[in-house]
Design a binder for this molecule. Structure first.
Ligand code: SF4
Length: 323
């Protein structure tokens, strides 16, 4: 079993940590509760921080051209400047965090699905978008892992978020060392994970580590970190996983029986057809790593990109077959 660095994650306080919703509620959330054993959470409620009490009158987003304003209809108050100012101050004075886990649909914390109304008083929803706090996070930390608890009910999105989060957290520790040897080791043990993300980017990152241009260590780490954020820009594809599984299979294929090979290709086909999860294929590959004592492969993060105990969280049903 791998040892994992503990990611530092800013979380909306109403998710498990505080009864700070507009109606005085606290939300129980299985993902946040489970993650609490593995990450250091930094809970924040921006609405409380700008002086709105609990309980409080409802606030909402209203259209402001291409952007939106944060308003409190009951008092005809515009809270936009206040919230932007708090958010920038908070985010710019933050310790180095690895990611953000926010409350969905909130006009403050929602990442993509906050309702935006036509006007401050009774009016229809014209579109959805980011809450005011979330918008500032996206602008200051565009490449950090960032999700909401609603989307994390989907297994694929959750797996992608966890993989990204635990990888950047591991990288943060490597970066603190500022040692090329530590970076080489990080790149080597992530080879197959990065190959599954984006093969060409993985190769480019290998060239950065090799440092043929004789860049300073700081430049090497900066360029590598840029590459890392590009790798995780999109969830991984089934075809990329199949490619990696075939690469790993290649280490053992000559030593396996015909029946074992057929079994592997049957599993791979079932995975391609979304009938079984990726983990069913990886269990077989990993057992061969042990059987043939392949330490290099056993060290690959691909087989355990985040703590196994986090896999057990129940799923919304959508996309379960993909991993
Ligand atoms: S969604 Fe954000 S602003 Fe609203 S109660 Fe939760 S933490 Fe506070």
């Amino acid at each position: 079993m791998r040892a994992f660095a503990r990611p530092k994650v800013v979380v909306s306080k109403c998710l498990e940590f505080g009864a700070c919703r507009y109606n005085g509620d606290r939300i129980t959330d299985a993902t946040v509760a489970r993650l609490n054993d593995f990450v250091d959470f930094y809970p924040i409620c921006p609405e409380i921080e700008i002086g709105l009490g609990t309980p409080r009158e409802v606030i909402r987003l209203v259209v402001d051209g291409e952007c939106s304003k944060l308003v409190q209809p009951k008092y005809n108050r515009d809270l936009t400047e206040n919230m932007i100012s708090f958010s920038n101050d908070f985010l710019q004075n933050l310790i180095e965090v690895d990611g953000f886990l926010l409350k969905s649909r909130s006009p403050t914390c929602g990442i993509t699905d906050a309702k935006i109304y036509a006007k401050i008083d009774n009016s229809p929803v014209v579109r959805t978008g980011s809450g005011t706090f979330a918008t500032q996070i996206q602008s200051i930390y565009p490449s950090k892992p960032m999700e909401d608890e609603g989307r994390l009910k989907n297994f694929i999105l959750r797996e992608h978020f966890f993989t990204h989060l635990f990888t950047v957290s591991d990288f943060r520790i490597v970066k603190q060392s500022m040692k090329i040897s530590a970076l080489m080791n990080f790149h080597a043990k992530n080879k197959y994970l990065f190959m599954a993300c984006h093969q060409e980017n993985m190769r480019e990152m290998g060239r950065i580590v090799a440092n043929h241009k004789n860049l300073s260590i700081q430049e090497v780490f900066d360029q590598y970190e840029d590459g890392l954020s590009r790798l995780f820009a999109k969830p991984l594809k089934i075809t990329s996983h199949i490619n990696v599984c075939e690469h790993v299979f290649g280490y053992f294929s000559k030593q396996l029986t015909t029946g074992e090979k057929q079994h592997f290709y049957t599993l791979l086909e079932q995975y391609r057809e979304k009938k079984i999860p990726l983990s069913s294929v990886l269990v077989v590959l990993r057992s061969w790593c042990y059987r043939f004592e392949n330490e290099y492969l056993l060290n690959q993060t691909y087989f355990e990109p985040y703590p196994e105990d986090l896999i057990a969280i129940s799923d919304s049903g959508k996309g379960r077959a993909l991993s």
